[in-house]
Design a protein around this ligand. Structure first.
Ligand code: F6R
Length: 367
């Protein structure tokens, strides 16, 4: 792996044809724009019994971030739905936040249809597609976000409206102040990890080099469960590598046994621990022992330390570091971070089975 190329901004640019780095670098700006858009949201629903965020991939991750962020803020249970149908409990007192960047994702359309049939309270976030066509026609409240991006790069547009919805409904306080802090921190993180910063002073470039030819395994805890998930997704889609994520303390009850006799297999992986200075001591002790175990198994181990004060600032800034790292890893591997041709192939091939058409047909019958 030629590490020198990460010190050549022009070479980085030549691999990053779809300008994924621009989205990383401008994330503060995008979150600011997302917040401006979200300001317009009017939600006139009563307090729900439960909340379901329905979305897949780069759209669904916003639901997981929301779930972790509000865990200590709201008494309303929240679940992320990644299926064609909603769980049996979904009904009139369920708030369904439907997020699909394209507005054309099969599972999300299925969940939309199900939510409409069950007369749930629905709010859609999308850039268009069948989701917004039907939301408009059926007078379901929605927010239209700017199109033309990769869904995973549009996270600021997809996630901020979710927190705004909850804040406007009085279900979660403090979003605006936390976001304000996050924006400042994101500006700093973007500068510190920008393509112009040399490897020796650039955390994300160094992490990408350390990961090298291994498959990254990301461990999170608490708020950083969903952040670990996002790292994994970005390694898959941007760097085009196999990756996995796990959460403390569940990983202490299965994952660690997998390393016990990994032998030569251990060489294929590296571990990334997301660390937070306010980790509860019971979690720190588990992390410490787990670090010893993975080291003994022969796995390289790296740590990403969260920065900032509020939970939102810490989550979003850590995500930004993961996003940058995944793009630099793509560059090192000689791949363009932006295209996801395998996802597109799968979506195109699936069209032949007619399921999406059927769902769209069923949506059209509703009035
Ligand atoms: C592509 C990406 C994918 C999509 C997913 C769902 O950048 O991140 O994971 O997000 O295929 O599509 P949308 O977001 O359009 O509903």
């Amino acid at each position: 792996m030629k590490s020198a190329i990460l010190d050549e901004p022009q070479t980085i640019k030549s691999f990053d044809k779809g300008n994924m780095l621009d989205f990383c670098f401008n994330s503060a700006k995008l979150y600011r724009e997302g917040a401006k858009l979200a300001d317009k949201i009017k939600v006139c629903y009563s307090k729900p019994d439960n909340i379901i965020v329905a979305g897949m991939g780069g759209s669904g991750i916003g639901g997981d971030l929301l779930k972790d962020w509000v865990r200590n803020k709201t008494d309303v249970p929240i679940e992320v739905n990644r299926d064609y149908n909603l769980p049996a409990y979904a009904g009139k007192k369920t708030l369904v936040l439907l997020t699909s960047y394209s507005g054309d994702t099969e599972e999300s359309l299925g969940a939309f249809l199900d939510a409409l049939r069950r007369k749930c309270m629905i709010f859609c976030v999308s850039s268009g597609g069948a989701v917004l066509e039907n939301a408009e026609r059926l007078k379901v409240p929605y927010l239209r976000v700017p199109g033309g991006m990769s869904p995973r790069a549009a996270l600021p547009y997809l996630f901020v409206p979710l927190i705004a919805c909850l804040e406007k409904m009085g279900l979660a306080a403090g979003a605006s102040e936390e976001l304000k802090e996050a924006l400042k921190l994101l500006e700093k993180i973007s500068k510190d990890n920008s393509p112009d910063k040399l490897v020796k002073e650039n955390f994300s470039k160094t992490l990408a080099l350390n990961i090298g030819q291994t498959a990254p395994v990301v461990y999170g805890s608490g708020y950083y469960r969903s952040v670990a998930m996002r790292f994994k997704q970005q390694f898959n889609e941007n760097s085009k590598v196999p990756a996995k994520w796990e959460v403390f303390s569940e990983l202490n009850h299965n994952e660690i046994v997998g390393w016990e006799s990994a032998g030569e297999l251990a060489k294929c992986f590296s571990t990334i621990f997301i660390r937070d200075r306010d980790e509860p001591t019971e979690i720190s002790s588990r992390i410490q022992i787990t670090k010893e175990l993975v080291t003994k198994a022969g796995l390289p181990l790296y740590e990403v330390h969260t920065q900032g004060e509020s939970s939102l600032a810490r989550m979003l800034s850590t995500i930004c570091i993961g996003d940058f790292t995944s793009v630099y890893l793509a560059v090192l591997r000689g791949v363009d971070p932006t295209p996801v041709k395998t996802i597109n192939y799968l979506k195109d091939t699936l069209k032949q089975n007619g399921v999406k058409e059927k769902i769209i047909g069923e949506l059209a019958k509703l009035s």
